[in-house]
Design a protein around this ligand. Structure first.
Ligand code: SAH
Ligand code: SF4
Length: 458
């Protein structure tokens, strides 16, 4: 979501004549877009602010701004602590960013703006979509959150949940498709409750509207809250051809006691029931999740319940976090905190178990053909070591199930047949922990791909 916000910042400042700089040293304006979700992210932001002092000394005219959740949370305190920071702008102040920058550059004022309002930001205005020109992109469909999980800072720094109008979302996606985007990920803290407050269409209806956009090949979304995962959404996986075969469904804990204290509003049993229903509709659907270890009061039995759930579900992959206090979140005041040592031990155990299932899922794909949307080149570490047969350039893309596949050219495949945005059939030959390796195979285009090429050619 922060990537999307950063793109919005860029589109706000382009009319003022600013362009992206190659390096911090060359920049006249530095904007730090911060995240406060966990302690580590916040610490990272503060240590980065420290590094900026040298740059300001070298170039006194440099304008330094801090936005995002840490800005919203700390406000004026950031200006007091870092004398060289010019602007602190909160999560609802983005629309006033150009005005603030003008004021700073002309009047050399220092400004803190953390005012919140009840308006949804409508960005970008029609006709000027935000894009990085790639094959994949993100579109925010809602902001804020009303769920108040007791560990979480989001409702306190992003404000109440607000959904964008379907027309604006569709227009933004159409604009992105016109620039070459083929896969969109719809973003929100709890997309399952999209439109409910405002009486807009339901989330599955929105998915249907999005999937009707010509030239768009794939639709993804994140994040789903298990309590709001409806039957209608489960059926969308069966009915919408463009909807990818993957859901990220954060469980956080397998213990009912902890789920209650987290204010998650579902039980372990309800979560497992929803997983069953999803798998009945689509047996090979990839399911990923988030888990927090060491939430205040988490006993060995509570942790064991999480481990048992992870073993039962066999997630495709897991984002695992050690609980950390967030000052504005209620759990920071819970008394029965878990020590760092125990949190470390639990995290390691959980990671080890999940690694087994991730590898198992990856290995099961060896020998199969997967349709990949090519979105770039692979990073070196994804390739693994000692793979002589895979020497050369590695193209990279994702399966519908969101698994990263890196591949080189097969004998029967010509280099010109591959480019970013192409949909390619790849035979999976090797399973690594974070990715798969394969070779493209010549197959007949899928009916949808043939149709898509005609649409593009038209
Ligand atoms: N809206 C999404 C989550 C957004 S935050 C949802 O409800 O699933 C992403 C993840 O960060 C959360 O799922 C949670 O696992 C983790 N997280 C949030 N606050 C945390 C905290 N205080 N300590 C550790 N992990 C946290
Ligand atoms: Fe945070 Fe819970 Fe809202 Fe997710 S649903 S953003 S975890 S409060």
């Amino acid at each position: 979501m922060n990537v999307y916000d950063s793109q919005q910042i860029i589109s706000q400042l382009t009319p003022l004549g600013y362009e992206l700089s190659e390096s911090l040293d060359a920049a006249d304006l530095i904007i730090v877009n911060t995240c406060a979700i966990r302690e580590k992210a916040e610490q990272k932001a503060f240590s980065f602010f420290g590094r900026l002092a040298v740059l300001k000394r070298k170039k006194p005219g440099l304008i330094i701004c801090v936005g995002g959740c840490v800005a919203q949370q700390e406000g004026r305190k950031i200006l007091e602590r870092f004398s060289y920071i010019d602007l602190v702008f909160g999560t609802h102040a983005l629309k006033r960013l150009p005005e603030h920058i003008l004021n700073i550059s002309t009047k050399r004022r220092r400004i803190s703006d953390v005012e919140m309002d009840n308006e949804i930001l409508e960005f970008p205005s029609a006709g000027s979509p935000i894009t990085n020109g790639g094959a994949t992109g993100f579109v925010t469909i809602m902001r804020g959150c009303d769920n108040y999980c007791t560990y979480c800072v989001v409702p306190h720094v992003r404000g109440p949940e607000m959904s964008r109008k379907p027309d604006n979302i569709i227009n933004e996606i159409r604009g992105l498709v016109d620039t070459g985007m083929q896969e969109v990920t719809l973003l929100g803290q709890n997309v399952n409750s999209y439109g409910t407050k405002e009486g807009l269409c339901s989330f599955p209806k929105l998915l249907k509207l999005v999937s009707e956009i010509d030239g768009l090949y794939r639709v993804r979304f994140t994040t789903s809250h298990p309590k709001d995962l409806s039957e209608e959404l489960i059926f969308a996986f069966r009915d919408l051809e463009k909807l990818c075969n993957h859901i990220h469904l954060p469980v956080q804990s397998g213990s009912n006691n902890i789920l209650k204290r987290m204010n998650r509003k579902y039980t372990r049993e309800l979560y497992l029931e929803k997983i069953d229903k999803l798998r009945k509709i689509s047996p090979d659907m990839a399911i990923t999740s988030d888990v927090i270890v060491g939430f205040p009061g988490e006993t060995e039995d509570d942790f064991k319940a999480t481990i048992d759930l992870v073993k039962e579900v066999e997630f495709d992959s897991l984002f695992t976090f050690q609980y950390s206090d967030r000052i504005k979140a209620p759990a920071a005041k819970f008394s029965d905190k878990i020590t760092d040592d125990i949190k470390n031990i639990r995290l390691r155990e959980l990671l080890e178990i999940q690694e087994y299932y991730t590898k198992k899922k990856h290995r099961a794909l060896i020998g199969s053909n997967e349709l990949i949307l090519v979105d770039g080149f692979s990073k070196k570490q994804d390739v693994g070591s000692g793979q002589e047969e895979f020497e050369g350039i590695y193209w990279s893309g994702r399966t519908s199930t969101n698994k990263v596949v890196n591949f080189t050219f097969g004998n029967s495949f010509h280099e010109d047949d591959i480019s970013i945005g192409k949909i390619i059939d790849v035979k999976i030959e090797k399973a690594l922990l974070h990715s798969l390796l394969g070779k493209p195979v010549k197959t007949k285009p899928k009916p949808f791909e043939a149709q898509k090429e005609e649409t593009h050619a038209a």
